[in-house]
Design a protein around this ligand. Structure first.
Ligand SMILES: CC(C)(COP(=O)(O)OP(=O)(O)OC[C@H]1O[C@@H](n2cnc3c(N)ncnc32)[C@H](O)[C@@H]1OP(=O)(O)O)[C@@H](O)C(=O)NCCC(=O)NCCSC(=O)C[C@@](O)(CC(=O)O)C(=O)O
Ligand SMILES: [Mg+2]
Length: 291
């Protein structure tokens, strides 16, 4: 499992933000050539992003480039940035499996021999994309995650964002289900008020409860809040350790079901506990044996 609690957007036309993007310890950075960049700045931003990929140390952050749609500047973007070894390409406004397959073929042609395969992240931000989410998630082996873009999506369905998020519940759940069925991750839409930490925490907790594995961010100040939600809490880790201990003891006694504080522990509960311990191990919160 790759750690993508938050993916931080860095506007591709802002040399300062591109340069500093490695210091925030985001699980992923997204060097943006699409909506953060005005049309007259597209060529300059493409050069800047290609240069940043080769010269800036983004540390442990996964390096992802959001390109433009393939019917605008996207083909030029792929040609310029893929040979600079990004870890992934975020495709905006994906509507169908064919969109992913067309991009995959272009990426394939642009990769240098021996280069690590570039993953694809599909930004789902249209009603058609939501309808086709499973086909998109399974369109190509390069697919790493489905990512929700709620601003474009709500504009397209003629709705408005609200704090409760009722208007995007269907899209959120559709993405989570499609991604889980395809065995990839779902990453939630950004929270656009960078000064409302409480609102961000609520929105992130809700996204996590639906099954999202991470959330986009647009400002480094949002990372700590998002991490605090996605990181397993001490009580969760403690529960997971007790579950694993209980099932081990039951198995030693020849049973596949255990009881913990009066509650049944069987395979799905153990799977959930193991996911928590896996994440805790990745984050160094427990040792290699889960203790
Ligand atoms: C929001 C704001 C203007 C706030 O500015 P503020 O000035 O109030 O920020 P401050 O916190 O005061 O900055 C303190 C220090 O942090 C530095 N700093 C800030 N942000 C940084 C950053 N991202 N990376 C590195 N550094 C950063 C800053 O340079 C300063 O450094 P320094 O001067 O050295 O102290 C700013 O963050 C920003 O521009 N964010 C990126 C916005 C963006 O990428 N949008 C497009 C992507 S979303 C999208 O497209 C989604 C979607 O697809 C979804 C859909 O469809 O639903 C769609 O279509 O909408
Ligand atoms: Mg968008």
């Amino acid at each position: 499992m790759d750690l993508r609690r938050s993916m931080l957007f860095l506007p591709g036309n802002n040399p300062g933000m591109l340069q500093n993007g490695g210091v925030f310890e985001a699980d992923a950075v997204i060097l943006d050539l699409e909506d953060a960049v005005a049309p007259r700045e597209k060529d300059a931003a493409r050069l800047l992003v290609a240069q940043a990929l080769q010269s800036v140390d983004y540390g442990r952050s996964e390096k992802v480039v959001r390109i433009n749609t393939l019917d605008t500047y996207g083909k030029q973007d792929i040609k310029a940035v893929v040979p600079c070894s990004p870890d992934g390409i975020l495709l905006p406004k994906v509507q169908s499996a064919a969109d992913v397959q067309q991009a995959a073929a272009l990426i394939d042609a642009a990769e240098r021999p021996g280069q690590k395969k570039v993953r694809i992240f599909a930004l789902i931000e249209t009603p058609g994309g939501v309808e086709q989410a499973y086909g998109i998630a399974t369109a190509d082996p390069r697919m790493a995650a489905l990512v929700l873009g709620a601003e474009d999506y709500t504009a397209a369905i003629g709705s408005q964002r609200t704090p409760a998020g009722t208007e995007i519940l269907h899209a959120r759940s559709s993405l989570v289900n499609a991604a889980a069925a395809a065995g990839i991750q779902a990453v939630d839409t950004p929270f656009t008020d960078v000064n409302d930490d409480a609102g961000l925490a609520n929105d992130t907790r809700f996204a996590k409860s639906l099954g999202f594995k991470g959330k986009l961010s647009i400002n480094p100040r949002q990372l700590e809040v998002i991490y605090s939600v996605f990181n397993p809490e001490a009580a969760e880790i403690d529960w997971a350790q007790q579950v694993v201990a209980a099932i081990r003891q039951a198995e030693a006694e020849g049973s596949g079901v255990a009881s913990l504080h009066g509650k049944m522990v069987d395979a799905p509960i153990v799977n959930r506990a193991e996911r928590i311990l896996f994440l805790a191990r990745l984050l160094g919160l427990v040792g290699g044996d889960g203790q």
